[in-house]
Design a protein around this ligand. Structure first.
Ligand code: FES
Ligand code: FES
Length: 158
């Protein structure tokens, strides 16, 4: 089947998609967007998180056909067209919240959605928003620091 949807603001189409093919597979293998990572393929780790009509989802659990006509944002959609990092991306760098980086795309998408919805999150809000994203390297403290930093910078910019 053919699936057409919007990815990072651009109309995209994928042909010959089979029934059970995941959105993650289509993004990575058919559309050349490898930012969303495939770690568990079981909805456990969050490394494949993208936004589907604004809502963070594990793209490994979404059938590509379910994205028909919908709006998808991947980590590639966070930076500016000129490659300038978004506030959340820059905060992850500055806070040292990136080690191996495998979890980072999913965390960035989830954190970006949180700050759009709630620009002044409590630590509890941050922990809840990122609870579906696992990281084996950082111990999470620097990730919390990064989201706090991004929230503070967003507040300063308003
Ligand atoms: S790869 Fe999708 S949740 Fe782990
Ligand atoms: S930085 Fe390695 S899994 Fe998070």
């Amino acid at each position: 089947m053919r699936v057409t949807f919007t990815v990072n603001g651009r109309e995209q189409a994928a042909d010959d998609v089979w029934e059970g093919e995941s959105l993650l597979y289509v993004l990575r293998e058919r559309l050349g967007l490898p930012g969303s990572k495939n770690a568990c393929e079981q909805g456990e780790c969050g490394s494949c998180t993208v936004r589907l009509d604004g809502v963070p989802v594990c793209s490994c659990l979404v059938a590509a056909g379910q994205a028909e006509g919908r709006d998808v944002v991947t980590v590639e959609g966070l930076a500016g067209d000129d490659g300038t990092l978004s506030t959340v991306q820059q905060a992850f760098v500055d806070a040292g919240a990136v080690q191996c980086g495998f979890c980072t795309p999913g965390l960035l998408v989830a954190a970006d959605e949180l700050l759009e919805r709630n620009p002044e999150p409590s630590d509890g809000d941050i922990r809840e928003a990122l609870s579906g994203n696992l990281c084996r390297c950082t111990g999470y403290e620097k990730i919390l620091d990064a989201v706090r930093l991004a929230a503070a910078r967003t507040g300063e910019a308003v």
